[in-house]
Design a binder for this molecule. Sequence first.
Ligand SMILES: Nc1ncnc2c1ncn2[C@@H]1O[C@H](COP(=O)(O)OP(=O)(O)OP(=O)(O)O)[C@@H](O)[C@H]1O
Ligand SMILES: [Mg+2]
Length: 251
Amino acid sequence: MIECRGVFKAFGGVVANNDISVDVPEGRITGLIGPNGSGKTTLFKSIVGHHRIVSGSIRFAGRDISKLRVQQTARLGVLRTFQKTRIYGRMNCIDNMLISVRHRKATVADMFRSYPAVVTERAEKLLEFTDLSSQRKLIAGDLSFGQQKLLEFAMALMNEPRVLLLDEPTAGINPTLINGLIDRLKRAASVFGVTLFIIEHNMPVIMNLADNVYCLASGRVLAHGTPQEIQNDERVIKAYLGGHYAVGENR
Ligand SMILES: Nc1ncnc2c1ncn2[C@@H]1O[C@H](COP(=O)(O)OP(=O)(O)OP(=O)(O)O)[C@@H](O)[C@H]1O
Ligand SMILES: [Mg+2]
């Protein structure tokens, strides 16, 4: 569904993405791991059109999207969530959901607009899906951090993404809540038919979630394979997993 070929992106002298080729198959969950600064978030930004890549190509459903901007890729159904959660902290949950429909273009006037029933129904349904129904009238800034992550995920689903790029969805979430989030992500993939591409530092999570995993190091693809292959790959262990995930533990 997403095909990156030879993607190259540099910031001044820093090469953040160097000849990256990645396939994200439709209906599957693909993981992206790698040390801090290895180029994961940059690749997400390259895909959604946050910045123009220097060379290479990015296709979505067979169509070249390399030169499209964020609003254009969003319209096609390619969306991402952010490493730092972005919600409207002073608005309640249901209003966050409503305003997030194409929310990059939302204006204050939107808050006073009446939304079509189909939109409010979808918002309620997604809040239920993420277990936030009873918080629907709560100010989003008062939710726990984990609930804010769930709200952000629900907000992204409002726009009916075909592909959702999630940048560290479980970061900072209490381990006891992580399983609930994993369950939601898996169900989103099956119930809503969303293809997921997920950056994670939490190895047991990505090993549990993903059908296949890419590992970046220094801006390049170091390895690609099933979770099993990746966690046993000597190069990955050396470059990354050693510090994060002792093989044999926590499987
Ligand atoms: N806007 C920018 N301007 C300059 N350098 C940047 C910019 N964005 C990223 N970089 C650099 O590109 C490299 C890759 O950064 P990126 O954010 O993609 O890493 P990451 O793999 O997401 O790391 P982390 O796991 O810490 O989130 C880093 O060296 C970073 O400093
Ligand atoms: Mg990052």
